[in-house]
Design a protein around this ligand. Structure first.
Ligand code: EPZ
Length: 431
């Protein structure tokens, strides 16, 4: 298992390019199930979850040509042959977003067998709202032996009101309703840019979806969808991670190929003293401003994203004063706090609240990544810690960040990836 070794203290200077959004690419790849024709997707990020999605679609009989190294990472997916409308536990257990194939499979083939995702490091994360929505579109659903079995001759348009705002729930049912008979109205939908990007792709495929990006979606079902070409939006969370990296290291960084309209969390970062300016498809961070603590609560878009909470916590450790962080979306998303405390941070957890008192100098240590965004916060802490931080289990970060160590090194960070070959650390580092 790879590790990162980071020597702190180097300011980040230069330009870093943001990749395509993992959370837009995954539903877009699943959308290819809805048609027999090829779907061409550009700007697909080269991250491990995309490889998992490729395996998932190929296991069903699909053809997936990932275009890394080609212009725009142009990727072609053809799901003409859909021999096995199934998502096995082997794959779903490695990536919950695999459940996004449930709606498209039953809409296209009339049946689907999808493993329940099981528990997750950051929370229970059930898919009950996906199932309930499909039943409201007329699917017969049974759940047994850890699998959801869905069947319907043809889904029927209907009314869906989500009990809770769910991103992949909105995406899954939007895809299902696109091929349903009649109109579907979905309310209390997620408004994330990734949802609107998926609707844009589906409309290019011949769907009739209105209201994407708002809380109410109107979908006029059509009998058939066609192939299309679509460019995936940039990754706003990757952009946010680099913004915090520049602010923490006192650098001067341009973050290019992002969409400033999606970076709704920058107002909170500015409140902490981060100097941000926008030009076209890039933002510039001049990190010479002192940071001051401020309170933050995670919310659905356009509120402060939970996927930036861990990175915000790393920033708060280097801000004067206290910051109260309230995690509203997931019930167990403070795994990174204990590791940051190992590096010298002053953080107290009280249920869904974390009280961070700063500014405390961080000292390098051996730390353990527990999930994708937690590992990003440890990389950020390593960039400002005194000495060499060793982050274990970086496979978590590879799931959603495209070669982050190379991108950071290109703008001055002292970071390298090491494989398992190296001997174990001497005991004094504390095993
Ligand atoms: C998406 O997950 C993202 N993943 C997550 O990003 C992100 O953290 C999350 O949205 C919130 O923004 C992808 O897009 C692939 P939800 P999703 O359904 O859709 C509860 C990352 O780091 N809920 O919006 O799974 C759920 O438990 C990942 O890139 C139900 O109760 O999240 C949570 O408390 C992590 N029943 C809340 O709703 C359901 O059927 C929001 O979850 C569905 C969700």
């Amino acid at each position: 298992m790879d590790k990162f070794v980071i020597r702190g203290g180097e300011p980040l200077v230069g330009t870093v390019r943001v990749s395509g959004a993992k959370n837009a690419a995954l539903p877009a790849m699943a959308a290819a199930i809805l048609t027999e024709e090829p779907v061409i997707l550009e700007n697909i990020p080269d991250v491990r979850d995309i490889q998992t999605e490729r395996r998932l679609l190929e296991a069903m009989g699909g053809e997936v040509e990932l275009g890394y190294g080609r212009a725009h990472h142009r990727t072609t997916i053809c799901m003409r042959n859909l021999a096995a409308p199934e998502a096995s536990y082997e794959i779903v257990k490695t990536m919950r977003a695999s459940t996004l194939v449930l709606g498209p499979l039953v809409a296209r083939t009339g049946r689907a067998r999808v493993s329940l995702p099981g528990g997750c490091a950051i929370g229970a994360r059930p898919i009950d709202l996906h199932i309930k929505g499909l039943e409201q579109l007329g699917a017969k659903i049974t759940v047994e032996h850890g699998y959801v079995e869905a069947a319907a001759d043809r889904l029927k348009g209907g009314e869906i009101v989500f009990d809770k705002i769910t991103v992949t729930g909105t995406e899954d049912l939007m895809m299902a309703a696109a091929l349903a008979d009649g109109q579907t109205v979905m309310q209390n939908c997620a408004r994330e840019p990734e949802v609107a990007d998926l609707a844009a792709l589906l409309n290019k495929m011949g769907a009739r979806i209105e209201g994407a990006g708002s809380a109410t979606l109107r979908i006029q079902g059509v009998p058939k969808l066609k192939g299309a070409r679509h460019r995936i939006i940039p990754d706003r969370i990757e952009a946010g991670t680099f913004i915090v990296a520049a602010a923490l290291t006192g650098g001067d960084l341009i973050i290019a190929n992002c969409d400033p309209r999606h970076l709704t969390f920058t107002n909170k970062l500015q409140e902490c003293g981060v100097k941000i300016s926008h030009t076209g498809d890039s933002v510039r961070i001049q990190g010479d401003n002192p940071l001051q603590g401020c309170d933050m609560t995670t919310e659905e878009f356009p509120g402060f994203p939970t996927d930036m909470q861990a990175q915000f916590m790393a920033l708060a450790t280097q801000a004067e004063g206290s910051s109260i962080i309230t995690e509203n979306i997931f019930e167990n998303r403070f795994m990174h706090a204990g590791e940051l405390v190992r590096m010298g941070a002053n953080i107290k957890i009280e249920g869904r609240r974390a009280i961070v008192r700063g500014k405390t100098p961080l000292s390098a240590a051996a730390v353990l990544a527990s999930d994708l965004r937690a590992s990003a916060s440890l990389v950020l802490a390593g960039l400002v810690a005194d000495g060499e931080t060793i982050i274990d289990r970086v496979y978590h970060i590879d799931r959603g960040y495209e070669r982050i160590e190379e991108k950071l090194r290109a703008v001055g960070a002292a970071i390298r990836r090491i494989g398992e070959m190296l001997p174990k650390r001497p005991a004094l580092v504390g095993s």
